[in-house]
Design a protein around this ligand. Structure first.
Ligand code: MRU
Length: 363
């Protein structure tokens, strides 16, 4: 694995870049953010599996496209792995985000269609998925910004948006899903303020979303995960926008643990609750998210410790309890009835089977 520390970066950067000369994929090591911005190159299949499982790359679209390159690069001449072995190893890295299987299946289809040029076919497909993700997230931003604009036209003041986890550009190639409408609103000069849930235990909100928004100069405030309900009762949230790791064909939304509680509070306070996702996040094979989506359970150490840097900037992990067992469910499912709408690359779609079937026809 090659490592390069980059002192500067820009929001027009992309999160994944393929280098054809070295046949490697450059990623941002997200486990180091916000304290260190470091790009690393993934070369071997084990690098790719480790990067996804350890969450150096995370977020449903980014996991999928990373895996697509991992599968493609495992077809290099003299590779010790067959495509099937690489497919299974990558698929086993994380269970919940459907984009992983979706992207691997796309690469496998490309290989099967062109077996004599399997490597070229696979890399071309991975590059295509990467390019499509940029387009789809930009389109999500354009559809979603209309919702923010409507709120601004009614209220004529800064619009307060609550988000959970990180569904920003770090979770995709560019723009993000839930944050794409927010970036587009900034471009249009619509005043906005974002409430950022810290998102224990991995703190994707505190570490990643807050960092992205700060880099972009978007007003935001970091809050503990339990704060959203209070803010909603006090009229301090105009809308919620979150991402998704897997949405079932009936519109149930699986996303980072804690999303469901925000949706319940939003429903109780008549606050619109939107989910932004590319159609690659929809699992057309399942029609009941609650019973059919596998929920990742990660190591209890993530709950029992808190990570950060000390005053000297040295990374530290502090134990908060060394006596009790801990459970670490990574995701939960928000039933479709609590979702105001799905912001997709094709437009805003109601979260129900009929509307989603109509969307599928267009794909
Ligand atoms: O465990 P993570 O960080 O991979 O979880 C990510 C999320 O839950 C995101 O909200 C989701 O993937 C949408 S990303 C555009």
């Amino acid at each position: 694995m090659l490592i390069i520390t980059t002192p500067t970066h820009s929001l027009t950067d992309t999160t994944l870049d393929y280098d054809p000369e070295t046949q490697s994929l450059w990623i941002i090591d997200q486990t180091l953010l916000p304290h260190r911005y470091q790009r690393i190159a993934l070369i071997e299949l084990t690098d790719f599996c480790h990067a996804i499982a350890s969450m150096q790359v995370r977020g449903a679209p980014l996991i999928g496209i990373t895996a697509a390159f991992g599968l493609a690069l495992s077809l290099r001449p003299n590779s010790p792995h067959s495509a099937e072995q690489a497919y299974q190893a990558l698929l086993a890295t994380r269970p919940t985000a459907i984009n992983l299987r979706w992207a691997l299946d796309k690469v496998m289809s490309a290989i099967k269609a062109q077996p004599q040029d399997a490597f070229i076919a696979a890399i071309t497909m991975a590059q295509q998925l990467r390019a499509d993700d940029i387009d789809h997230c930009a389109a999500i931003g354009l559809h979603g910004v209309d919702l923010i604009k409507q709120q601004y036209q009614q209220k004529q003041r800064s619009i307060n948006i609550l988000t959970h986890c990180n569904a920003g550009w770090l979770a995709t190639i560019r723009w993000g899903t839930a944050l794409a409408p927010i970036y587009k609103a900034q471009q249009l000069g619509i005043p906005i303020h974002v409430w950022v849930d810290e998102t224990r235990p991995r703190n994707q909100g505190a570490h990643l979303t807050a960092w992205e928004l700060q880099q972009a100069g978007i007003p935001h405030t970091l809050i503990c995960d339990n704060t959203g309900g209070h803010l909603m009762q006090q009229g301090m949230v105009d809308m919620c926008i979150v991402g998704s790791d897997r949405t079932s064909a009936n519109g149930d939304v699986c996303n980072k643990i804690g999303t469901y509680l925000k949706a319940l509070a939003a429903h109780d306070n008549q606050i619109p609750f939107y989910v932004a996702l590319p159609s690659s996040t929809i699992d057309w094979q399942i029609s009941d998210g609650l019973s059919q989506i596998p929920i990742e359970q990660r190591h209890s150490d993530e709950v029992l410790t808190i990570s950060g840097v000390d005053e000297q900037g040295v990374a530290r992990s502090i134990c908060i309890n060394s006596h009790s067992p801990a459970a670490n469910y990574g995701f939960d499912v928000t039933p479709a009835r609590l979702v105001t709408g799905l912001i997709t690359e094709r437009g805003i779609v109601p979260a129900n089977s009929i509307a989603l079937a109509a969307l599928r026809e267009q794909l």
